[in-house]
Design a binder for this molecule. Structure first.
Ligand SMILES: NC(=O)c1ccc[n+]([C@@H]2O[C@H](COP(=O)([O-])OP(=O)(O)OC[C@H]3O[C@@H](n4cnc5c(N)ncnc54)[C@H](OP(=O)(O)O)[C@@H]3O)[C@@H](O)[C@H]2O)c1
Length: 278
């Protein structure tokens, strides 16, 4: 679900390449080979899922624009909660033990000090995006066979809209100035590693809620500097600023603790710097 989006399109490509019989859905962004499914339309969703009869569903559907969520709570609720509720209602009615993998976000965390990492139980809501994403998770948990993956990711987008790292790279390459916060810390994972984790989660039928991220955090400003240095772009075009929660409504430390998933899946996670290099 959401195969026309940033993560969904990469997953769709990767899983097909690895011999999964994979269907992908879009909603408004029409794309070749994808099926149109609106998760808000219960009747059609039921008919479509009954017909497709999947063993696994990966739900990448979301409204990810934090500012838009802040401006329009109802839209944010529709995209991030009601879609999940409908999906669960259909799956419970179909009663087929489909493995539902739901993608969530690191934005539902916010540790006070920079060197602290949130465990799965340490949720802290900051804004409409984090609130609706968390309530979406609670809706997903009403379906027994669920896996919730809280993550943040970067990498070159091949099929869809720009990623955060694309935004940095594309602007610096055009010699344009960008501003990145020095006091917002996160530990994202490259999309190429994230899709590998998801493949393992499907194969091992792992159920539960997990943080999927890199081991060590860094600030968004440091993240930008690494990209600039790697591609010989002008670091002077990066303006480091101090984000103010009251003004920008962004959590300051969404770094996640990944010990829980690393006990089950043994994938070597290089440093963010090395992931960016490759
Ligand atoms: N992007 C990030 O940096 C980031 C970071 C952390 C976590 N995440 C999480 O990762 C997941 C995927 O994010 P993304 O960046 O790949 O999202 P995205 O690019 O914004 O894609 C969202 C997808 O949802 C689909 N969609 C929206 N409303 C729908 C509806 N009513 N019915 C069916 N499909 C609908 C969209 O379809 P159309 O485009 O065809 O309308 C699109 O395919 C989300 O859960 C997000 O919270 C993302």
């Amino acid at each position: 679900m959401g195969a026309s989006g940033l993560l969904g399109s990469e997953l769709y490509y990767y899983l097909n390449k690895h011999n999964f019989k994979c269907y992908g859905s879009y909603f408004k962004t029409k794309k070749k080979k994808l099926i149109r499914i609106n998760l808000l339309n219960y009747k059609k969703l039921y008919i479509e899922l009954k017909k497709l009869n999947p063993n696994v569903i990966i739900n990448c559907v979301s409204l990810t624009n934090v500012d838009e969520c802040e401006r329009n709570y109802n839209k944010s609720k529709n995209y991030n909660i009601d879609t999940s509720k409908n999906l669960v209602k259909v799956l419970n009615k179909l009663n087929k033990k489909v493995h539902l993998i739901h993608i969530s976000t690191d934005q539902i965390y916010n540790k006070k000090s920079v060197n602290k990492y949130s465990k799965e139980s340490e949720v802290k809501i900051s804004n409409n995006y984090s609130k609706t994403k968390f309530l979406g998770e609670l809706a997903i948990k009403k379906y027994e066979h669920n896996t919730i993956l809280r993550t943040n990711f970067f990498g070159k987008s091949k099929f869809s809209r720009m990623s955060f790292s694309d935004y940095i790279f594309n602007n610096l390459r055009k010699n344009k100035k960008i501003s990145l916060p020095k006091n917002i810390f996160f530990n994202p994972l490259s999309i190429s590693l994230l899709v590998k984790f998801i493949k393992k989660i499907i194969q091992k039928k792992i159920i539960g809620t997990y943080n999927i991220c890199s081991d060590k955090n860094l600030s968004k400003y440091e993240f930008g500097l690494i990209i600039a240095k790697k591609f010989n772009l002008n670091i002077d075009n990066i303006n480091g600023f101090v984000s103010n929660y009251k003004l920008h409504r962004r959590p300051l430390n969404t770094s996640m603790d990944n010990k829980k998933i690393k006990k089950i899946i043994k994938i070597r996670i290089p440093s963010i710097k090395n992931q960016l290099k490759s």
